[in-house]
Design a protein around this ligand. Structure first.
Ligand code: GAL
Length: 342
C-alpha cells in the first residue's frame, strides 16, 4: 500500500472505530421494557421464571425455572394447576443487568428415574442461589413438588461454581412444615434465611439456615399467620428488612404487599401495596419473585416480577421495575420502559 493510501486507510479505520464505539454505546444503553420478550445475547428469549439473582465477583447471575414445551392441565385437576414438564434450572450472566448470556441448565431434570424429585413429571419452582463465603459453595434452594402440588418440599443443591452443574442433595419439609413459594436471603453478618409459604400457604415461615446453608438451623418464626402470603422477595434498606409478597391466587395476579421489620425473624408490620400507576392493584398483571440491589448505586433496587401466562407458561414474561424511595416511602411505580442509571 502506498504511503498516501495507508494514511487514508488508517484515518478511515480510526473514524470507523470512533463512530462504531458511539453507536455501540447507544446500543449498550438498552432499555428495560416490562412484559416484552427479552432476548439473551444469542437472540433467544430468556427462560428463567420464578427466579432470583446472585451478585458474585462483579457478575450478576440470574437463575430461574426453564419452562419448555406444552403447558398441560392434568385431567384429575380440580384447580388450575397448569404445569410444564420439568427441564431444570437455567442460569444467565450479566455485568450490566440488561445484556444476559445463557450459561446453561445448571440443575437439569433427571429423566431416567420417575421417582426422582427432578423427573420431568414433577414440578420445580422458584430456585434461588446464595454463596457461602466459608465453604466456598454456591447453594441452591428450590420448591420441589409433585404434579398435584401435595409434596410441598424444599430441595437443596450445591455447586463449586455459579454456573454449575449443581449436585442435588435431596428434599425435605423444613422444620417439619410444608414449603412451597420460597426465597433465600443472606444478611450482612453472613447468616442466611429461608422464607417459605407453609401450612397450606396460609403462614409464612422464616427459618435461619445452618452455617453451611444446607439445612434449617431449627430457629424459625411463623409470620403473617393465616394471611396467605406467597412469592416472597426480601431486601434490606437502611438497616430495616423489607418483604414483598403476593396474595395466593395461583397463576392469576393479585395485589402485592410490602412489610417491614427491625429484625429479620420478625415481628413484621404490613405497610400496604407499594405498586402505583396503571394496574397497580393487580401488580401490573404479575407476581413478585426477587428484589435485587444494584451494586454500587445507593437506593437503586430492582423489583422483579413474573407475568405468568398460565396456559402457555413458557411464554410468561418478566416485569422488572426500579423501586422509588421518597421521604421514607417505598413505592414501585409502573413504567412502560426505563433504563438503569449509568
Ligand atoms: C402460585 C405460585 C407459583 C406456582 C403457582 C401454581 O401461587 O406463586 O410459583 O406455584 O401458584 O399454581
Amino acid at each position: 500500500m502506498k504511503k498516501k493510501n495507508l494514511i487514508g486507510f488508517m484515518l478511515a479505520a480510526l473514524l470507523g472505530v470512533v463512530f462504531g464505539v458511539e453507536s455501540c454505546e447507544q446500543k449498550a444503553e438498552k432499555t428495560i421494557v416490562p412484559g416484552a420478550v427479552w432476548n439473551d445475547t444469542d437472540g433467544n428469549p430468556i427462560n428463567a421464571h420464578g427466579g432470583g439473582l446472585l451478585y458474585h465477583e462483579g457478575v450478576y447471575y440470574w437463575y430461574g425455572e426453564y419452562k419448555q414445551g406444552e403447558t398441560v392441565l392434568p385431567s384429575w385437576a380440580t384447580w388450575e394447576c397448569y404445569r410444564t414438564d420439568v427441564t431444570g434450572v437455567s442460569c444467565y450472566s450479566s455485568t450490566d443487568l440488561v445484556n444476559w448470556t445463557f450459561r446453561g441448565i445448571v440443575l437439569p431434570a433427571v429423566k431416567d428415574d420417575p421417582d426422582h424429585d427432578l423427573h420431568p413429571s414433577k414440578v420445580l419452582e422458584r430456585p434461588k442461589v446464595i454463596y457461602n463465603k466459608h465453604t466456598g459453595k454456591f447453594v441452591m434452594w428450590a420448591h420441589v413438588e409433585s404434579a398435584d402440588y401435595s409434596k410441598a418440599c424444599a430441595g437443596v443443591a450445591v455447586s463449586d461454581s455459579p454456573t454449575g452443574i449443581f449436585s442435588y442433595l435431596g428434599s425435605f419439609r423444613p422444620n417439619d412444615a410444608m414449603s412451597r413459594d420460597q426465597t433465600l436471603f443472606v444478611d450482612d453478618d453472613g447468616l442466611a434465611y429461608h422464607f417459605y409459604s407453609s401450612e397450606n400457604n396460609e403462614t409464612l415461615y422464616i427459618s435461619q439456615l445452618t452455617d453451611d446453608y444446607l439445612r434449617p438451623s431449627g430457629h424459625y418464626t411463623r409470620n403473617f399467620i393465616k394471611e396467605s402470603r406467597e412469592a416472597p422477595a426480601v431486601f434490606k434498606h437502611e438497616g430495616k428488612y423489607y418483604l414483598l409478597t403476593s396474595g395466593c391466587t395461583g397463576w392469576d395476579p393479585n395485589q402485592a404487599e410490602l412489610a417491614v421489620a427491625d429484625s429479620i425473624m420478625g415481628p413484621w408490620t404490613t405497610i400496604g401495596n407499594p405498586c402505583t400507576g396503571d394496574d397497580a392493584s393487580n401488580t401490573f398483571h404479575a407476581q413478585s419473585t426477587y428484589v435485587q440491589p444494584v451494586v454500587g448505586k445507593p437506593n437503586c433496587y430492582i423489583a422483579m416480577f413474573d407475568r405468568w401466562n398460565k396456559t402457555d407458561l413458557a411464554d410468561s414474561r418478566y416485569v422488572w421495575l426500579p423501586m422509588s424511595f421518597v421521604d421514607g416511602k417505598i413505592t414501585i411505580p409502573w413504567q412502560a420502559e426505563w433504563s438503569l442509571p449509568k
